[in-house]
Ligand binder design. Structure first.
Ligand code: MG
Ligand code: ZN
Length: 226
């Protein structure tokens, strides 16, 4: 008897989230803000990727970030080193971000003064896939230290990604990662998505990633669907 009740509660949570995400998406569109939701497993280098992206984009455009973790405000402190506004979302026991958390975190920010909002999701390769945050782009990170078969083990989340980043390219040789095989496995699960090989730590391979964000942002600001 318990099962239908649990399914009903879950359906209500997802419907409420989708409504809030829709409102966020409209607000981002109204103000020409490109919102990017970064998802990955724990330890794949999201915070370092966001930190460098904020610094590089921030030379010419206005960026801000929110970052979700179960506990500690360490990531927001690291992101704030970039000079961009950064705010921590503490999720407690929740292993993903929901639209309501993002809405609350940015409630007193003036979206008209922003070009990019980078959202670092909680490190988790499963349920962030179910929760729309109103983003324009969902970017999935996999690092060379995670093994080549990660895409095959977690196809559901990868299937929802608009782009995939292979991070920690600088460590690939040391951990004997076959980057071509990793990329082939990503393409098998998520054909057609752009894939960027880079190292957030050294900055290697960063230019094509930044160009991609700028192009999507320009398309959005020109009124075309992002
Ligand atoms: Mg982090
Ligand atoms: Zn979760």
């Amino acid at each position: 008897m318990a099962q239908p009740r649990i399914l009903e509660v879950r359906k209500n949570i997802l419907e409420k989230n989708d409504r809030l995400a829709h409102d966020l998406r409209q607000a981002f569109a109204h103000h020409g803000v490109l919102a990017v939701n970064f998802v990955s497993g724990p330890g794949s280098g999201k915070t370092e990727l966001l930190r460098r992206t904020l610094i590089e984009l921030g030379r010419s455009q206005r960026c801000a970030a929110v970052t979700g973790d179960l506990a500690t405000a360490n990531d927001a402190a690291r992101l704030a080193q970039s000079g961009a506004p950064a705010r921590q979302i503490l999720t407690g026991t929740m292993c993903h971000l929901e639209a309501a958390m993002v809405a609350a975190a940015i409630a007193d920010w003036d979206l008209a003064g922003l070009d990019y909002l980078l959202i670092e999701n909680v490190g988790n390769l499963v349920c962030p896939g179910d929760f729309d945050l109103g983003e324009d782009l969902r970017v999935l990170l996999l690092s060379t230290t995670e093994g080549e078969d990660k895409p095959l083990k977690y196809p559901t989340l990868i299937n929802t990604a608009d782009a995939v980043i292979i991070n920690k390219l600088d460590l690939a040789a040391a951990v004997k990662c076959d980057v071509d095989l990793l990329e082939a496995n990503i393409r098998q699960v998520r054909p057609g998505a752009p894939i960027f090989r880079l190292s957030a730590k050294t900055g290697a391979g960063f230019a094509p990633w930044l160009d991609y964000l700028r192009q999507v942002s320009q398309r959005k600001q020109a009124g075309a669907p992002a």
